[in-house]
Ligand binder design. Structure first.
Ligand code: FAD
Length: 344
């Protein structure tokens, strides 16, 4: 108790300033979450009146440093080396810790992806500092406290908890994909790129990446531009084939409500919503989905929402941009046929 109070009195973090976003990439292609985090990071940085920084690690990823500037970064730390082609915890965390040690950001943000979670966890244990995982809301208290308010669902998703890291810096958080909005890409923006040397040789890295085996039929809702989602209104697993046909015709993928997943009609990896994925596609079809709040939080940021429901009073219509009242079993095949005709 006394030690904690002493720490509170003696901690001086005034040399920690700025917001750092770790850009995640695979084979030189950035994950959408990276630009979404830069958008949110910019908002926090402006509130704190500090710089927005980005960290890009990989092999032949210089173009991503430039992209990070177009998406809002003022300064980008870039570390490129053949040994960094594939993500590995040790070299990536070492580089990130070096940058954090030198740049001293007060806030560090990572995507809540497999890689982001692993990297942020490794850094938080080494530094040491706190880490709030899977955040869905971020804000900052104005100076002098400058505290990051990192919020996430808690207690079986029944309430939101706001978590503070008062004693240590940087304040770190991983954030869910699809929740935050990227800024429009601005190719006239200018910024500084600082190259960082990779201090590790291949021999010093204990792990080897032998191969990447793509999971068969692995779906990636978070990156999808078109999602055709179905709910309890489908009445069973078979009608999901009808949704897949529409999704394939549009170049999209199939999503689902929790009711459909709980009924065993489709796998959990397709679930959109509070306990599923948060998505931000260009086009979202909600078919036979009533529009419960737990579903809406996962898809309401979609650019265009089309709802098909036989109940004109269904709450989903309050969120949808296009409302189609009627039987989904008649409407979906008609839309699919029309799309196929246009594409032929
Ligand atoms: P219903 O609410 O039963 O709606 C079915 C709809 O289909 C109705 O509106 C009906 O009019 C329509 N319909 C029926 N037949 C037809 C037809 N022939 N043509 C057209 N329309 C038709 N839900 C999620 O989706 N995602 C989550 O992540 C999630 N997390 C949750 C977390 C917690 C802690 C809790 C408590 C709940 C969560 N839920 C989640 C569940 C949520 O509350 C709803 O129960 C669920 O979203 C309902 O799914 P639905 O809309 O498919 O089913």
């Amino acid at each position: 108790m006394t030690a904690a109070r002493d720490a509170e009195q003696t901690s001086d973090w005034s040399d920690y300033r700025g917001v750092l976003v770790v850009v995640e990439q695979r084979d030189g292609e950035a994950k959408k979450i990276s630009w979404q985090l830069l958008g949110e990071g910019k908002r926090l940085a402006e509130k704190l009146e500090v710089q927005l920084m980005a960290l890009v690690i990989g092999h032949e990823v210089g173009h991503l440093a430039q992209e990070a500037i177009y998406y809002g970064a003022d300064k980008v730390f870039l570390c490129e080396a053949p040994e960094l082609k594939a993500y590995r915890t040790r070299p990536y965390s070492r580089i990130a810790m070096k940058v954090i040690g030198e740049a001293k950001p007060e806030i560090c943000l990572f995507g809540a992806t497999g890689t982001g979670r692993d990297l942020a966890g490794a850094i938080a244990t080494h530094l040491p500092t706190g880490l709030t995982a899977d955040t869905t809301e971020l804000d900052v208290e104005p100076p002098p406290s400058r505290l990051l308010l990192a919020s996430r669902p808690a207690f079986s998703e029944k309430m939101m908890a706001t978590i503070l890291c008062k004693q240590y810096r940087p304040q770190m958080a991983t954030a869910r994909a699809g929740v935050f909005q990227a800024l429009p890409r601005d190719a006239t923006r200018e910024g500084e790129v600082i190259r960082i040397a990779n201090g590790m040789t291949e021999e010093q890295i204990a792990t080897r990446v032998l191969d990447f085996i793509q999971e068969r039929d692995k779906i990636n809702l978070e990156e999808a531009e078109i999602i055709v989602a179905g709910g309890r209104g489908l009445g069973g697993s078979e009608p999901f084939a009808m949704l897949k046909e529409l999704a394939d015709a549009l170049g999209g993928i199939v999503g689902a409500s929790r009711a459909a997943v709980d009924a065993g009609w489709i796998k959990h990896e397709h679930q959109v919503g509070q306990t599923g994925c948060t998505v931000r596609p260009k086009l979202y079809f909600a078919i036979g989905i009533s529009g419960a709040v737990q579903h809406i939080v996962g898809m309401s940021n979609s650019d265009v929402i089309v709802a098909i429901n036989k109940d004109p009073e269904a709450p989903i219509f309050n969120t949808a941009h296009y409302r189609i009242v009627g039987d989904l079993f008649k409407i979906v095949p008609a839309i699919t046929a029309e799309v196929k005709k246009k594409r032929a």
